[in-house]
Design a protein around this ligand. Structure first.
Ligand SMILES: [Zn+2]
Ligand SMILES: [Zn+2]
Ligand SMILES: [Zn+2]
Length: 187
């Protein structure tokens, strides 16, 4: 099924954008999965959407934390990087010879910087989840995560202000839609 067809089928339910999630196969060939990211212009996320013969399951899509491929730090992309290129395995400036240690640039622990179990990465993901769920700015979500909600925590987030500029329009929510799983019963 094509993206345009899904969009057409979900138009009445408020869908404004459809992007089928692809998976890499052998020789870097991209194949469609049964999941799609659908942007719905709705005040509340429905749990299911009606798609002709099917009822589609809807889940909130939490965007992965941004990571710079130059300095490997979280929170910005290569385009805005003011740092120097580092090795993701040992956190030292980029080198050609082999790494002699494994050190994460985010937390300093003994693992690869891209390790998904890194506590700093997981914390950042949690902020993204709060931000998406509550449809709030990054700084606000970070305050909630740090337990600093309320006016006292306000000043601390000025440094991260630029991050919110990269965020998507909060009125447009993205959802994962599994469009084959739930078949509607014909009664
Ligand atoms: Zn950077
Ligand atoms: Zn290295
Ligand atoms: Zn780490």
């Amino acid at each position: 099924m094509k993206e345009e067809e899904i969009l057409e089928g979900l138009h009445a339910q408020g869908a404004t954008e459809v992007q089928i999630i692809k998976r890499k196969e052998k020789e870097d060939k991209l194949v469609n999965t049964k999941m799609a990211i659908v942007t719905l212009k709705k005040p509340k996320i429905p749990r299911k959407v009606d798609f002709g013969l099917y009822m589609l399951k809807v889940e909130l899509y939490v965007p992965r934390p941004m990571r710079c491929t130059m300095c490997m730090r979280l929170g910005h992309t290569k385009k805005w990087c003011k740092g120097e290129q580092v090795c993701a395995k040992c956190s030292k400036p980029m080198h050609l010879n082999q790494c002699n240690e494994t050190k994460c640039i985010s937390c300093g622990e003994n693992h690869h910087t891209l390790d998904k179990n890194c506590p700093v990465y997981l914390d950042e993901y949690e902020i993204q989840r709060i931000r998406t769920e509550k449809r709030i700015a990054y700084g606000e979500a970070r305050r909630i995560r740090r337990g600093l909600s309320g006016p006292t925590g306000r000043n601390q987030d000025n440094i991260r202000k630029n991050d919110t500029n990269n965020n998507q329009d909060n009125n447009h929510r993205k959802h994962n839609t599994n469009y084959n799983k739930h078949r509607k019963h014909d009664t």
